[in-house]
Design a protein around this ligand. Structure first.
Ligand code: DAH
Length: 351
């Protein structure tokens, strides 16, 4: 770099700038840390730096060369600043061997979820009944008191209403969260009362009860309702159907027994147990030494349900309702219903 007197014409000033640029590039390249970069920046670009000094040359220049020279100084200021700062960033970046980006590495696989264990059990149970000729029907979770109670032969002041107590959404008209899937029986019958033909339906869905939360109770859970209306259908058909179902879901060695029970919407009514799938009926902790596990309620459709839905009261039907969480807990050996709703992926990943 020549140190002679400052150039006063455009050509020599440009030559001086070219020299400065070469020197800057060399200085930038040899700067090994941030402090050295700072020094380079001050030397060339600082308020008293080499580039700034060249502005002093401007007044001596022929007038027609001034604008171009001024522009050049501005452009170089930007370019040199970029060069200095690029060096600063390169020094700050962690040292890497070879190319930074290895395009041959496999990509990150997207996290694909899977169906919730409750959904899996619902799908399996529905599959069994679909193969037995059932159609899958759904109904609303917000129900009227008529569908949830009255039409199912649960009158306002009857004690059985308490067994199906629920959360109320509105008082006039009275709407509530359904406490079982049985109201969909009422909806289906109502919808087909003008053309009453034989049918088989299963109804999966979420239901609600004002139960305090513990290992076996939750304010929400799932049920699957079944309803068959066919001429001449009997309690024997009910038992045969449910035996086929429990054997498909719990294995061919599973036995089924009925215990007399009361449900307002069926007569006669029963609760059904399966032989304990853990001890094969010998008695264990899960079945409370009984050898049997309760899994559903069932019965023959009460004539008052047909009457409330304007079906011929001489119609014959069988119905059943089962709790999905209960089946899932037995199937997978889960001892706390809350696990299904906590959305802990460490739990959910296991199914
Ligand atoms: N809805 C009853 C409950 O939630 C279950 C039930 C029992 C459904 C008997 C039925 C039935 O269809 O016939 O406890």
């Amino acid at each position: 770099m020549s140190d002679g007197p400052a150039p006063t014409d455009f050509a020599s000033a440009n030559a001086r700038l070219a020299e400065l640029e070469q020197a800057l590039i060399a200085d930038v390249a040899s700067a090994q840390d941030a402090a050295a970069v700072d020094q380079v920046r001050a030397k060339y670009l600082g308020r008293h730096g080499l580039l700034q000094a060249l502005w002093q040359v401007l007044p001596q220049m022929p007038p027609d060369e001034k604008p171009q020279f001024g522009q050049r100084l501005n452009t170089l200021k930007t370019q040199w600043t970029q060069a200095v700062e690029a060096r600063r960033m390169a020094l700050a970046a962690p040292a890497v061997d070879g190319p930074m980006l290895d395009l041959t590495l496999p990509g990150h696989p997207p996290a694909i979820g899977h169906r919730h264990p409750i959904t899996q059990v619902i799908d399996q149970v529905l599959g069994v009944f679909e193969r037995l000729g059932f159609a899958v029907i759904e109904g609303p979770e917000i129900e009227t008191a008529f569908h949830n109670f009255d039409a199912l032969n649960i009158p306002p002041d009857h004690p059985s209403r308490e067994a199906f107590d629920t959360f109320f959404v509105n008082t006039t008209p009275e709407t509530l969260l359904r406490s079982h899937t049985s109201p969909v029986q009422v909806r289906y019958l109502e919808a087909h009362a003008d053309d009453p033909r034989p049918f088989r339906i299963v109804v999966p869905g979420r239901v609600y009860r004002p139960d305090a939360l513990d290992a076996s109770h939750c304010f929400q859970f799932h049920q699957i309702e079944g309803l068959v209306v066919e001429p001449g259908v009997t309690f024997a058909d009910l038992k045969g159907l449910l035996a086929a179902f429990v054997q498909a879901v719990f294995g061919p060695a599973t036995r089924l027994r009925f215990r007399p029970h009361f449900f307002p919407f069926t007569e006669p009514s029963a609760e059904a147990d399966i032989s304990c799938i853990f001890c094969r009926g010998h008695g264990c902790r899960v079945c409370g030494q009984k050898g049997w596990l309760e899994i559903l309620g069932a019965g023959m459709v009460h004539p008052r349900v047909f009457a409330a839905t304007r079906w011929p009261t001489a119609s014959r039907g069988l119905a059943f309702g089962l709790g999905v969480e209960r089946i899932a807990m037995l199937r997978y050996g889960i001892d706390d219903i809350r696990l299904f709703f906590e959305n802990d992926v460490r739990f959910l990943h296991q199914f």
